[in-house]
Structures are given as structure tokens and as C-alpha cells.
Design a protein around this ligand. Structure first.
Ligand SMILES: [Zn+2]
Length: 450
């Protein structure tokens, strides 16, 4: 090692923490996408981008704002090298112990929405870049820290950015796990819609705001008073729920949509109750085809493929209004060849329940050779700084920014075995790890640009 990156990171830590706190205070949750507006993803996302580019300006970096879709902070010369992060965050739903949009330090942890996903890693990468520049390192590549404002929904930010800007030939995205992720599952999202049996007791059904989160709350209004039955049901199954102002609520546990097995979907509990009163096609479909089945076994779409693991299925959004229903599902598959199987099998299940199947967002798998120079260099940086030689580069179900560039992998920040509560209440970043992140990213960039 030519430099002691850990010692250097210590010097930049206080400033990095200050900037991260300021960024967390920008409430960069998408409200409604307005392509005609100067701030297409809303004021919060625009403020986060202004704040980040403000840091770059303050520190003398060249930067650009791509019409509030994304921003770029640049240093060096030669072939483009990308660091892909994002400034938008998922909504702060559920029970937080602190204000999600105020960085709160308790012990070794900093709590706040976006602290780990993805504002913390963006700031760590930024300070890594700044450190190398301040050291006078000669860059043989142009490092572009590209920050998007719409990663959590449809990544329209980078789609927009790459329409006008060339794709860098190599890069990493600090938006997942260490050591690094060289393979990501394909997306095969779909919706189920149609008419609910008119004799159903359901008046309205509402749950979930993002397809990639396991919904922890389900709110339903019913045609009639079933409060006695509901309370008995909750008690006999030890489920969590309540009735407030004639709205029936069930509660589960939120988790990321790529790992539905870690959450409890509140809709499955509600469907069980509603169906126990009247067997309508909507709740019958949920129970027969979706309920407590994170791998798609009930619809026989479950597949498993070597180092890429199992298909995952998260029904993230549920709605019923005026007897019309909608269920939106996040589905990730280890093989792109399964699209056809999903189309045929899920359509069949939907039709059997007098419902309609619709294919949604699709994206091929992303895979970088684990023996490539990029993967080996990043892994070396991780090993040297963390001292962890046990955990190896891997594949996951989560889709990250890495897939925007062919030769790009996801690199940090969550350590093996750590749970930062991303997309859940009380998201945090461990401050000792945050400091290490700056050192790991500095080492990694140095290895690739020296
Ligand atoms: Zn993220």
C-alpha cells in the first residue's frame, strides 16, 4: 500500500459526517414524476442534488446538473470511470425511534433515511475522490461520481443522463454489499388486475407504496361490521392488527422486496381473515398463489440457479376500489429465460381466479466476470482495509445501479452479516464502518486510476 488510507480517512471523517447529515435532511422522496417540471422528481430530490453539487463546488470540483435527473462530479483525465450512486430515498414509513430526516447519532450509529441507502456511500466515495486529489495522485482515468435522483422507483435519472452522456467503460456502484456483487438477478415484475366478486365483503383495500418493499400495513374497509370476528381472528392466530375509525388494519414486517423471506406481508394476514368470512376471487387468489410464498412455489415459477440462487416474489402493492383490484409484484429471477414461464404460469393462475395478468418492468441479469481486473482490484481494496479474507465476491437479487454499465459491479457499503435496515424504519450507518468506507473507496479508486 502506498498510502495509509485508514489514517487519511480519519482526517476527512468530521467533514464527511457534516456533509452526510446535511444530505439526510433533504427529504428526497419521490412524490409524483413530472417530466415537464424543472424538478421532475420533486423539491426534495432537487434539494439533495443542489446540496451535493454544492459540496463539489465548494471543494473546487468540476460538476454538472443534468436537468435535476442526475448530477456528475468529475476529476482526472483519460478513459471514463464511473461511480454510480443515488440521492433519492424510499419513504420513511413505519415506526421510527428518531426523526428519519434528521441525522441522529446514538452510540456508534447514525440514524436517518438514506444513511446507508445511498447517501452515506455517496459521501464516502466523494471524500475518497477528494482525498486522492488532495494527495496529488495522478489519475489515468476520468473519475465521474454520477448521482441519480430516481433509483428507488424507475431509474429514469440515469436513463435520462445516459441519453446525452457516453457510458463509462468501467465502474462501481456503492449501493449494496461488501465485498462486492458481480451478478444481479433479472427483473420479471408483473401485475394482477380485474374485477372482484360483487358479493365480496371488501369495500376498499389499500396497502404498499413501492413494489420493492414488503408492505407492513394493510388497511381495509368492509361492507358490514365484522369487528367481533376480526378481533377473534387476530387473537386466535396471534396476528397484529386493530380497527380504527371503521378501518381494519393488519400489521406485518417490512423488508426489501428482493428478500421477501425476511419480511411479513400484512396483506396475507388480511386475506386470510376476509376470506374466512366470504370466499371471493381476490382473496382466494392471494391465498392460493401468493400467501407466505417468497419463492413462487405456489404458482410453480420457483427456479434456482447455482451462484445466483432462488427466484424471489414480493407482492408489494394491493388496491381494491369500486370492485376493481390491482396487485403489483416484484419478481426477480436468476435466469432471463424464465420470462416466458412466468408469463404462462402466472397468467394461468390469474385466469383461474377470473383475474388478468400483465407483465411489467423487465431487466436482464447483470453479470461481470469474477476474475476480471475490476473485480479483483476492488476485492483487494476491501480485503486490505477490512482485514476480511473469509467473505468472497457474490451475486444477489437486488437490482443496483451497476447494471447501467456492462463492466460495473456493486461495491459496498453493507458488511457481511450487518443489517442496516435499508428500506425499513431506523435505517442507520455504523460510523466506524463509514470511516472505513472512505478508506476502502479511496484504495479502490487509487488501484484503478494510478
Ligand atoms: Zn440504493
Amino acid at each position: 500500500m502506498d498510502y495509509n488510507f485508514l489514517e487519511l480517512a480519519d482526517k476527512y471523517y468530521d467533514d464527511a459526517l457534516k456533509d452526510l447529515s446535511e444530505l439526510i435532511e433533504c427529504k428526497s422522496v419521490l412524490d409524483v414524476y413530472k417530466p415537464t417540471s424543472a424538478h421532475p422528481f420533486g423539491e426534495g430530490c432537487a434539494k439533495a442534488l443542489d446540496t451535493m453539487l454544492g459540496f463539489a463546488k465548494r471543494d473546487g470540483f468540476e460538476s454538472l446538473n443534468d436537468e435535476y435527473y442526475a448530477g456528475e462530479i468529475k476529476y482526472g483525465s483519460g478513459e471514463d470511470f464511473a461511480i454510480l450512486g443515488h440521492l433519492d430515498v424510499v419513504p420513511a414509513e413505519g415506526a421510527w425511534d428518531t426523526d428519519p430526516f434528521k441525522a441522529t447519532i446514538i452510540g456508534d450509529r447514525l440514524y436517518g433515511r438514506g444513511s446507508t441507502d445511498d447517501k452515506g456511500p455517496v459521501i464516502a466515495s466523494y471524500y475518497a475522490l477528494k482525498m486522492l486529489r488532495d494527495l496529488g495522485v495522478k489519475f489515468n482515468k476520468t473519475v465521474k461520481l454520477i448521482v441519480g435522483c430516481d433509483e428507488e422507483t424507475e431509474s429514469r435519472c440515469l436513463t435520462h443522463y445516459f441519453k446525452k452522456h457516453n457510458k463509462p467503460s468501467i465502474g462501481f456502484s456503492p449501493d449494496a454489499d461488501f465485498p462486492l456483487i458481480y451478478g444481479e438477478k433479472a427483473f420479471a415484475n408483473f401485475s394482477i388486475l380485474g374485477s372482484v366478486d360483487p358479493h365480496s365483503i371488501i369495500k376498499t383495500w389499500k396497502s404498499g407504496s413501492r413494489v420493492n418493499i414488503v408492505p407492513d400495513t394493510c388497511a381495509v374497509t368492509l361492507k358490514g361490521d365484522y369487528s367481533k370476528e376480526f378481533n377473534e381472528f387476530l387473537e386466535s392466530h396471534s396476528y397484529q392488527g386493530e380497527i380504527k375509525d371503521s378501518v381494519y388494519y393488519t400489521y406485518g414486517k417490512a423488508a426489501h422486496g428482493s428478500t421477501p423471506e425476511l419480511g411479513v406481508n400484512a396483506n396475507f394476514i388480511m386475506a386470510e381473515f376476509v376470506n374466512s368470512i366470504y370466499n371471493d376471487n381476490f382473496t382466494r387468489f392471494i391465498l392460493d398463489c401468493l400467501s407466505f410464498d417468497p419463492y413462487g412455489e405456489k404458482m410453480e415459477i420457483n427456479v434456482e440457479n447455482g451462484d445466483m440462487g432462488k427466484l424471489s416474489l414480493n407482492p408489494g402493492i394491493f388496491e381494491v376500489e369500486n370492485n376493481e383490484c390491482l396487485i403489483q409484484c416484484d419478481c426477480r429471477t436468476p435466469k432471463d429465460s424464465q420470462y416466458k414461464v412466468i408469463d404462462v404460469f402466472v397468467r394461468d393462475c390469474a385466469n383461474k381466479h377470473k383475474l388478468i395478468y400483465k407483465a411489467d418492468h423487465r431487466k436482464e441479469i447483470h453479470y461481470v466476470d469474477p476474475n476480471s481486473y475490476l473485480v479483483q482490484s476492488l476485492y483487494k481494496a476491501y480485503k486490505e482495509i477490512s482485514g476480511d479474507t473469509i467473505n468472497k465476491p457474490m451475486t444477489i437479487g437486488g437490482g443496483t445501479y451497476a447494471k447501467f454499465i456492462d463492466n460495473c459491479v456493486a461495491f459496498g457499503p453493507t458488511l457481511p452479516g450487518e443489517d442496516n435496515l435499508i428500506h425499513s424504519p431506523n435505517e442507520y450507518i455504523d460510523l466506524n464502518n463509514f470511516k472505513k468506507d472512505i478508506a476502502i473507496y479511496a484504495y479502490a479508486i487509487y488501484e484503478l486510476v494510478k
